[in-house]
Design a protein around this ligand. Structure first.
Ligand code: NI
Length: 210
């Protein structure tokens, strides 16, 4: 990531005035996306709510400018991997998820601005897979783990800084409403636990426009 940033800054010095985010323009960004759940859940077997660990993956956005100020954006990423546990037991399971998100955005400034702050609102779909209890979970008699997919609203704020005509640097923060049901069996008895993930997602990326 450091090398990429340096390379982008060097490219920036070689060219003149930056123009960006004009109607009809397509660009994409790539960088780190960190999911930090603000989790909470129903009481699990009398031991309190689930904890869900943070995770960082490769984040990608695909963006299209409808006008000089209105954009639409699709967020994609490599699968996030979270450890799920309880305060009393520590980690019990790992869960992977993908949270594709479609946003409508408003970019402040105009096509000649070097800095384009923006806000967005949209919809998130999160699908969970590879849900497995670890040895601690198995030893506790837990089996048959599954996590229900979620639809919810998403909001974001971000900033694009145009380095030159083609390259930009970006930081953005998202809030996603992700609520699910965690299902498993404890000693053969079915458990359905309403669980709130509702993460903040922090992204640092470099972007290229076509
Ligand atoms: Ni929620």
């Amino acid at each position: 990531m450091k090398k990429l940033t340096v390379a982008v800054l060097m490219l920036g010095c070689l060219s003149g005035e930056a123009l960006a985010h004009e109607a009809g323009e397509f660009f994409m960004r790539a960088g780190t996306a960190t999911v930090r759940p603000t989790e909470g859940s129903d009481n699990v077997l009398g031991m309190g709510g689930f904890s869900v660990s943070n995770n960082t993956q490769l984040g990608l956005t695909f963006d299209y400018m409808v006008t000089d100020n209105i954009g639409i954006e699709l967020l994609a990423a490599t699968p996030f991997r979270h450890k799920v546990g309880l305060g009393a037991t520590g980690d019990l399971a790992t869960v992977k998820q993908l949270p594709p998100t479609l946003m409508a955005q408003w970019y402040f400034g105009d096509a000649k601005s070097k800095a384009r702050p923006y806000i967005g609102a949209g919809i998130n779909y999160t699908t969970f897979f590879d849900t497995d209890f670890n040895q601690t979970g198995k030893d506790a008699g837990l089996t048959d783990l599954s996590v229900k997919d979620s639809w919810g609203a998403a909001g974001q704020v971000g900033l694009d800084y145009m380095v030159n005509d083609d390259w930009l640097l970006n930081m953005s923060v998202w809030y996603m409403d992700i609520d699910t049901e965690v299902k498993f069996k404890a000693g053969g008895e079915q458990q359905n636990i309403n669980t709130r993930i509702d993460p903040w997602v922090f992204m640092f990326s470099a972007g290229y426009r076509f």
